[in-house]
Ligand binder design. Structure first.
Ligand SMILES: Nc1ncnc2c1ncn2[C@@H]1O[C@H](COP(=O)(O)OP(=O)(O)OP(=O)(O)O)[C@@H](O)[C@H]1O
Ligand SMILES: [Mg+2]
Length: 409
């Protein structure tokens, strides 16, 4: 439950950060675009007002009733003052009644002001007691700018909504492997503690049973003590395996060297020949290699092969056969470890590499082991670039093919 909340909180945070970053960029970019267009618009109006001024200033001295002032752009309003006396103003249906405010002392600059419902831009120039004011209604330009602002606003909202969904998708995709690793780890701890509990419970119950018979001698209770010792041995092996599993998980440090795989298998064969004799089992070794040299981590490869060989001996009965075989295929070495033992159910074959998995028949037979061996083998095989192919028929036997590359790439 807590883990779920950690992931939901992280997802929420990542989404918020994404939206914040994207919307900040969008807003900055939009404001820049808007102010850029606004300045272009005002510059173009000012240029036109200046053009108008040039056009009129030529006419000012020549104007008379017969020769009235003509405007370049009929949209402009022109007011001409001589010695502060209005000597000319443009007649317009639209602006007829309008006399611009006198308070502005600006000369030679363009400025904007509002009058009633209208907005104007004015250029006021004074030369030798003559003041020329050119005024233009800029409502249409302002309305275009407002429209631009509206479109930008809609664009920002739309982009934020899209960003939200994209961020949601990407965050889920990015977090899912971490989430999976987290849950696998949690399951591993659960399984490990469950598996460790069984031997500890047995040991404590055996010790408790000893307490109920304080007058008995060690000889009387030898069986109980042996059982407890067996369980502690099991516990010790399990802890060792768990440790090697976690180490394998953490560091993948390979010690690569030239290895003669035939020599390695022969060495293992010699070690197990005695065990086979003691257990009344048949051990065979076949080598079909022409070139036995490979480059790999010798210790890890030996550890890998021993896990399968150990299983082959563990899951066979008296008079059963265990066989190792070395072959060559596509410039790869195939090491086959076969046995004519108890075999594995087809439905179990997919699970044998899972941590703590043991077939029901094996659990019922109360055989030594904790179901970690093959999961360690799987990890080593990944490190050594090997492939493992399991084949098995229940009650007939098992075969594990380990495909070993000549060199780890
Ligand atoms: N050669 C085999 N024949 C039959 N069953 C096998 C063989 N090898 C593996 N299995 C099945 O796969 C299971 C997992 O094997 P694995 O080696 O991981 O664990 P284990 O042998 O039970 O314990 P340990 O961790 O001590 O090796 C075994 O419990 C057994 O059910
Ligand atoms: Mg095993």
């Amino acid at each position: 439950m807590i883990n779920k909340r950690v992931f939901t909180d992280t997802k929420d945070k990542l989404i918020k950060i994404n939206i914040l970053v994207v919307s900040s960029f969008l807003i900055i970019f939009s404001l820049f675009t808007f102010f850029y267009f606004q300045s272009i618009t005002y510059n173009s109006i000012d240029d036109k007002l200046k053009e108008e001024y040039e056009y009129i200033s030529i006419q000012v001295n020549r104007s008379s009733y017969l020769n009235p002032i003509v405007l370049n752009d009929p949209r402009d309003l022109v007011y001409i003052y001589k010695d502060d006396r209005l000597i000319y103003y443009t007649k317009s249906d639209y602006f007829e009644a309008y006399i611009p405010p006198e308070e502005s002392d600006n000369t030679n600059i363009c400025f904007t002001y509002k009058e009633g419902n209208y907005t104007f831009r004015e250029l006021s120039v004074t030369i030798n007691n003559v003041k020329i004011r050119i005024i233009r209604n800029i409502d249409s330009e302002l309305s275009s700018l407002k429209q631009l602002l509206f479109v930008i606003g809609i664009g920002i909202v739309f982009s934020i909504v899209i960003t939200y969904f994209v961020a949601l998708y990407l965050t889920r995709k990015a977090l899912s492997p971490i989430e999976n690793a987290w849950y696998t780890q949690a399951k591993f701890i659960q399984d490990a503690s469950h598996e460790l509990r069984t031997p500890i419970t047995i040991v404590s119950s055996k010790l408790q049973s000893l307490l109920t018979v304080p007058n008995n001698t060690i000889n009387d209770e030898v069986e109980t003590i042996a059982d407890a010792m067996n369980e502690t041995r099991r516990l010790k092996k399990m802890i060792k395996d768990l440790l090697s599993l976690s180490k394998e998980d953490a560091i993948i440090q390979l010690n690569l060297e030239e290895v003669n795989i035939s020599d390695l298998l022969e060495e293992i064969y010699r070690d197990y020949a005695d065990i086979a004799t003691i257990q009344n089992k048949l051990l065979k070794y076949e080598n079909n290699l022409t070139n036995s040299l490979i480059k790999t981590d010798k210790n890890k490869l030996k550890q890998l092969l021993l896990i399968f060989i150990d299983n082959a001996f563990k899951y066979t009965n008296i008079n059963d056969e265990v066989r190792f075989k070395l072959d060559e295929r596509d410039n790869k070495i195939i090491c086959t470890i076969m046995d004519t033992g108890i075999g594995i159910k087809e439905s179990d074959l997919h699970h044998i590499f899972d941590r703590f998995f043991r077939s029901d028949n094996v659990r019922n037979m109360d055989m030594d082991g904790s179901g970690i061996g093959l999961s360690i083998a799987k990890m080593i095989s990944v490190n050594l670039n090997c492939k493992i192919k399991p084949y098995s028929v229940l009650d007939e036997g098992s075969k594990f093919e380990i495909v070993i590359p000549r060199e780890i790439s």
